[in-house]
Design a binder for this molecule. Structure first.
Ligand SMILES: *[C@@H]1O[C@H](CO)[C@@H](O)[C@H](O)[C@H]1NC(C)=O
Ligand SMILES: *[C@@H]1O[C@H](CO)[C@@H](O)[C@H](O)[C@H]1NC(C)=O
Length: 340
């Protein structure tokens, strides 16, 4: 079966190298590095933080010059770089524009930055600019192929693509998602390139805390809570992940690898649902899930590859929980709660 193991064999060897060379144990968990704050530490300090806690996978939302320069010489950190949503229209209209975007934003770093993924658009499918994703992905894929570069081209989507997600086997895309996402998934299937999905059990929990148990939402339950045919679910994360797999299957996309581009839990902003204790428990259990090498009930033999959101609390995001997803305080880089 085509699962992450096959595509990500190189990730495993990377970890082994890191483990043998450093005192800090490497983690397989990646971190999102968001920049929507006016009090964030300089990027070189952030890269030092990553090194000190064993992070070797980082996702940035756009090709930020300071961050990419700070990553120079740290090839043991693999980097996912996003194309800005507002650049999609111009890039979709012209292959020449894609070439010049690539030269400026990617190629000029490749000698000493380990860029392994380019993501075209962040949660723009389903939506008004969703149709711009595939043309840009196609141009970029042709470009990296023609230059023989080991870079995956994909996109990041959210659970908003699912019209139905409960129980997981009922997972189905909305009609707009079928129009915009299905062709992207078929395209990715041709080269066994992962789709990146943001999965936040926090949101369904916060909107329905009566019917969704906290222990199930934060992966603390030790027993099966939702039985779905022969598959038993003890946590909402697995159920959401598998609902997406079922929805893809209904579109004829069966074994496509899936990477969790974002997950996390806010530590403040919504009363008793968002404490450092709850956020630390959810994120800690996610780290354990990844390190266990186990998959979800539907793909038990495929280890999960995923990134926590986010490195810092970001004060320029919308007020409320959005500003409190960080693992670290921006001003002194102290952990918001113990995780690594
Ligand atoms: C770049 O990252 C990939 C994937 O993590 C890894 O296999 C490879 O060894 C890294 N390259 C270097 C030069 O460390
Ligand atoms: C997972 O691996 C086990 C042991 O190799 C095997 O028995 C099982 O059929 C596999 N499950 C799936 C869904 O591939």
């Amino acid at each position: 079966m085509n699962c992450l193991k096959k595509t990500f064999l190189f990730l495993l060897s990377c970890t082994a190298i890191l483990l043998s060379n450093s005192i800090v144990a490497a983690t397989n968990v990646g971190l999102n590095y968001g920049l929507l704050g006016d009090n964030l530490p300089p990027p070189p300090q952030v890269i030092n933080l990553y090194k000190s806690i064993g992070i070797n996978k980082v996702r940035i939302f756009d090709p930020n010059v300071e961050v990419l320069n700070a990553l120079r010489g740290h090839q043991d950190i693999s980097v996912t770089v996003g194309v800005k949503d507002q650049d999609l229209a111009a890039l979709a209209a012209s292959e020449e524009a894609v070439k010049s975007w690539f030269t400026t934003n990617i190629e000029s770093y490749l000698a000493d930055v380990n860029i392994t993924f380019i993501t075209v658009g962040n949660e723009v499918i389903p939506g008004p600019i969703g149709p711009q994703v595939l043309p840009v992905m196609t141009s970029l894929t042709n470009l990296v192929k023609s230059r023989n570069l080991p870079i995956f081209i994909s996109t990041v989507v959210s659970m908003a693509n699912l019209g139905q997600s409960y129980p997981p086997s009922a997972g189905t895309f909305t009609s707009q998602a079928r129009e915009q996402l299905t062709p992207v998934l078929k395209f990715l299937s041709q080269t066994n390139t992962p789709i990146l999905v943001n999965i936040y059990p926090y949101f369904p929990y916060a909107s329905d805390p009566v019917n969704i148990h906290l222990d199930y939402a934060i992966s603390k339950s030790e027993t099966v809570v939702v039985q779905d045919g022969s598959l038993g679910y003890s946590n909402l994360f697995d159920a959401m992940f598998d609902a997406f797999l079922w929805a893809m299957e209904k579109e004829g996309v069966k074994d496509l690898p899936m990477v969790v581009s974002e997950t996390g839990w806010p530590s403040a902003g919504n009363g008793e649902f968002t404490t450092t204790d709850i956020a630390g428990t959810y994120n800690g259990n996610f780290v354990k899930h990844i390190e266990s090498g186990k998959g979800t009930p539907k793909r038990p033999n495929c280890s999960i590859d995923g990134y926590l959101f986010a490195t810092f609390n970001e004060n320029l995001k919308p007020a409320g929980t959005e500003q409190h997803f960080g693992l670290y305080e921006p001003t002194d880089m102290k952990p918001v709660y113990k995780l690594f």
